[in-house]
Design a protein. Structure first.
Length: 156
């Protein structure tokens, strides 16, 4: 069955070209850094034994063997998913899907929570949170507040 190719709209082509031209220097520097990082020894070869043990401690034994002895590819997934925000619910199963597909291809995966969502109620100035759009409670650290407007999902 033949595939149908769609032509890009001229405005999209123009914007894409302007972005390419404007970012040439930054992209070149970025690609140079990526090449330098790619040429470094693997993380488990650069770290001491204690650090390697901590990095892989929660992984199944078979994955530890794949990473260290078999030198299988190891993928890190950083996610903002959390159980507290109902809008995130459709993404709950993605780490398992990614891990299963990686295993099928001989790789391993570790997932780390990275960024709290702005509307999850946790980032709304609650005690103990470091990244908060509201003024931080006494004794906590916070990033600069960007807006005095409360999150719309928090209004009743």
């Amino acid at each position: 069955m033949p595939t149908r190719r769609h032509r890009m709209k001229p405005a999209l082509i123009e914007v894409t070209q302007r972005i390419r031209e404007r970012s040439t220097g930054l992209r070149s520097a970025y690609l140079q850094r990526v090449d330098q990082l790619a040429s470094r020894p693997r993380g488990s070869d650069r770290m001491g034994c204690a650090n390697v043990a901590h990095a892989f401690a929660a992984m199944p034994p078979s994955d530890k063997l794949r990473i260290v002895a078999e030198r299988a590819p190891h993928i890190g997934v950083v996610t903002a998913y959390n159980d507290m925000l109902s809008a995130h619910q459709p993404y709950e199963g993605f780490p398992a899907v990614i891990r299963d597909e990686a295993h099928r291809l001989g790789a391993t995966v570790q997932v780390a929570g990275g960024v709290p969502a702005m509307c999850d109620g946790v980032t709304q100035g609650m005690p103990g949170m470091a990244a908060s759009p509201a003024p931080p409670p006494p004794g906590t650290r916070a990033f600069a507040r960007k807006s005095d407007t409360p999150c719309p999902c928090r209004s009743a």
